[in-house]
Design a protein around this ligand. Structure first.
Ligand code: GTP
Ligand code: IMP
Ligand code: MG
Length: 334
């Protein structure tokens, strides 16, 4: 498959934390996109990117920043916290090639305070990053836009026009389908839809212009925050299995299920219009696969698991994560 002249949307298929940061950084390096544009909610996301011995924890910046020749952009649908953005630009040294759509909603101090004190934060277990209140302000026609924010002036552009002019664009989703305000476990969800169609709209691309949708799933299921979650196991059991994780934004222990939730994943693949699946942490689930970069070198049980995913979802598994680094990926697209 040639990846030139393509617009690819990447989304999470579970409850976020599927390893989008890692798969997106791989795609950024492998496909060399002109533009990497991020959609989704805002700095409630937490993405870990490991590359060449360095480790980056990001909340605002597109994870594809590791490709130094790509321009990186934040689409109009994303709420932007100028403080978090500036910190991450400094951390990653991306000044000069990072751009923000002039129409983005600005997250203010008040939004963060509301998110931290609201009764909702206790009920839902929000990330307290001000995203929900900023989205609410936008819907109430009471939000500040990036074009009116002094700190964001150096970065402003029209992302929609830029991504439509470019040929090879990687579009990053954030969160995961089960947290969608429309399709997830309402009311225990984030404040926006985050399915592929909305992510494309967030950066200003129409549905007829999207070539591929890659849905990422982790080889077991985790959820951070409150809400329904079936086949949940204890922290002790998850630790014993090597599955226990802690949130990058909040530090909270993630809830774990060692099962893949097939009915949810089939529905997610359908609504997202997934044309490819990426599976992460295959090495965590099956010993003997760490760092493998060729499909034929996977253990028989790991291969059987990949085949089961393809059969259950009727979508090919094209990318497989076998370690933390951006380059620890089996890429079957070529
Ligand atoms: P997203 O929010 O989807 O980007 O995931 P995340 O980055 O929030 O997840 P987390 O903070 O838990 O970080 C994932 C960690 O797992 C990072 O350190 C990644 O490098 C690592 N990781 C991602 N994919 C794999 C994989 O396939 N195998 C292993 N062993 N580690 C992985
Ligand atoms: P909010 O998006 O901060 O309002 O939080 C609403 C719910 O979504 C909470 O359960 C959060 O833990 C969850 N959430 C939001 N963003 C992410 C993410 O990027 N990864 C995992 N959970 C998230
Ligand atoms: Mg995350």
């Amino acid at each position: 498959m040639t990846v030139l002249k393509m617009k690819i949307v990447v989304v999470g298929g579970q409850y976020g934390d599927e390893g989008k940061g890692k798969i997106i950084s791989h795609l950024a390096l492998a496909d060399n996109p002109e533009i990497i544009a991020r959609g989704g909610v805002g700095p409630n996301a937490g993405h870990m990117v490991h590359y060449k011995g360095q480790k980056f924890g990001l909340r605002m910046l597109p994870s594809g920043f590791v490709n130094k020749s790509s321009r990186i952009m934040i689409g109009a649908g994303v709420s932007v916290d100028p403080e978090v953005l500036e910190r991450e630009i400094t951390l990653t040294g991306t000044k000069g090639r990072i751009f923000v759509d002039r129409r983005c909603t600005v997250i203010t101090k008040e939004h963060k305070e509301m998110d931290a004190t609201a009764a909702l934060s206790a009920k839902i277990g929000t990330t307290k990053t001000g995203c929900g209140p900023a989205v609410t302000a936008r819907a109430a026609r009471n939000a500040m836009l990036a074009q009116d924010c002094e700190e964001l002036k150096p970065y402003l552009t029209d992302v929609a026009t830029e991504v439509n002019k470019a040929k090879n664009v990687l579009i990053e989703g954030t969160q995961g389908f089960m947290l969608s305000v429309l399709y997830g476990t309402y009311p225990f969800v984030t404040s926006k839809d985050i399915s592929a169609s909305t992510i494309a709209a967030d950066v200003g691309i129409g549905p007829t212009k999207i070539d591929e949708v890659i849905m990422i799933i982790k080889s077991y299921t985790t959820r951070v925050g409150n809400g329904p979650f079936h086949d949940e196991i204890s922290v002790e059991e998850a630790t014993k299995l090597g599955f226990q994780e802690y949130g990058t934004v909040t530090g909270r222990p993630r809830r774990t299920s060692k099962e893949l939730h097939w009915d949810d994943l089939r529905f997610a693949a359908m609504v997202n219009g997934a044309t490819q699946i990426a599976v992460t942490k295959l090495d965590v689930r099956f010993a003997g696969n760490a760092g493998v970069r060729e499909y034929k070198k996977l253990t028989p049980e790991a291969k059987k698991f990949v085949e089961k995913i393809e059969k259950e979802l009727s979508v090919p598994v094209t990318l497989i994560g076998t370690g933390p680094d951006a380059e620890d990926v089996i890429d079957r697209r070529k």
